[in-house]
Design a protein around this ligand. Structure first.
Ligand code: GGG
Length: 353
């Protein structure tokens, strides 16, 4: 029986609503399997700025370091999106958390539940069986390089940087994962134009011979964007840089039916952080309609990766599958055939799971 301490960091907007449901699922798992999970909460993002002036208070970071895993929600607020001159922003909390905890690998499984074949705008015959695992590099690239305005104020710049070491450590994680799956790795870059991408490709080519059982292909990011929609089943494990991974996985969420279905795990040197890939979605905040399945599936990743509780993680995924098989949907994954009584809100679908 495991005894573990989990820090719950709901953050902003619907992060609050979906994370509460993810936590309930963890409580249910602990009761069902006889584990002892203890919980604490901490602030990040806009709610942290409001309370302390800091998007990632020291207290939150310290609590993260002291925990066995973090169940995270989302950060963001429209007030900052509409004020490009704001100096303090919720997203700074997220980026600092990743850097401080050394969370360089962001795993984003694109899993299509069979029952949601009809929820996607992509044709079912192209989608059926699609199953991709993205590795998005998380602590480098244009997100963390120097950024600013030139003296004239009319010219802005963001520097993208990668070291060999940074590329190699995420590439090795992706190769190892490919070995446990269909043994295919697609490395995505823009090596025909961008220097960091040329280094990226060079590193992957250098270490590939150490994984002779893994078939490697290199794709440009623009081609990948097209292939994800045209032929998603050609991909198994995909490894890419921070910005490309951010964009491609939002696109790939349509393979799974909705952004509300995509969970993620951020791992590396410190405490693992588990969160839906979606943001704070203030347009639906407080309406009780947000899809909590990504948070629930993030809890499953937490059980599996940080705690090694594979059966428990499977139980969560199976429960989600059963709920979908029973016809229950949140608004984002419902279609014209879904009877109104099967379209549930955040808490109600969580209770079904
Ligand atoms: N749960 C994901 C989240 O809060 N996303 C908002 C965001 O600012 N994302 C930027 C990023 O993931 O790099």
């Amino acid at each position: 029986m495991a005894t573990k301490h989990i820090l719950v960091v709901p953050g902003d907007g619907i992060g609050q609503e979906v994370t509460a449901v993810g936590k309930k699922v963890l409580e249910k798992i602990a009761a069902k399997f006889g584990h002892t999970f203890t919980y604490d909460e901490a602030l990040i993002g806009h709610v942290a700025i409001e309370a302390t002036g800091n998007p990632l208070p020291d207290e939150t970071l310290e609590k993260m370091r002291q925990s066995d895993a973090v169940l995270f929600g989302a950060v963001g607020h429209p007030k900052y999106d509409n004020d490009p001159t704001a100096k303090v922003r919720p997203e700074q909390g997220l980026l600092k958390m990743r850097k401080e905890l050394g969370l360089y690998a962001n795993l984003r499984p694109i899993k299509l539940f069979d029952e949601l074949l009809g929820a996607s705008s992509i044709k079912p015959e192209i989608l059926k069986g699609a199953d991709i695992l993205f590795f998005r590099e998380l602590t480098g690239d244009i997100y963390f390089g120097e950024k600013g305005r030139k003296n004239d104020g009319d010219t802005a710049y963001d520097i993208a940087e990668y070291s060999r070491y940074e590329v190699e450590r995420i590439a090795r994680k992706a190769f190892e994962a490919a070995r446990t799956r269909r043994k295919k790795l697609c490395s995505v870059d823009k090596a025909n134009v961008i220097e960091t991408s040329r280094l990226w490709r060079e590193v992957i080519q250098k270490i590939a011979p150490e994984y002779p059982d893994v078939e490697v292909e290199h794709q440009f990011v623009d081609a990948t964007a097209m292939l994800l929609i045209k032929d998603p089943r050609r991909f198994d494990v995909v490894v890419t840089a921070n910005l490309f991974g951010d964009i491609l996985t939002d696109e790939a969420s349509q393979i799974a039916g909705s952004m509300g279905m995509l969970a993620s795990a951020s791992v590396g040197d410190g405490t693992g952080v588990y969160e839906p890939i979606h943001g704070s979605a203030h347009d639906i905040t407080g309406k009780g309609v947000a899809n909590p399945l990504a948070s629930i599936l993030s809890a499953a990743l937490l059980l599996d990766i940080s705690f090694g509780l594979k059966a428990e993680a499977e139980a969560v995924i199976n429960a989600v599958d059963q709920v979908l098989k029973a016809g229950f949907r949140t608004r984002d994954i419902a279609d014209a055939q879904t009877p109104a009584e099967k379209v549930l809100g955040t808490e109600a679908i969580g209770a079904e799971v």
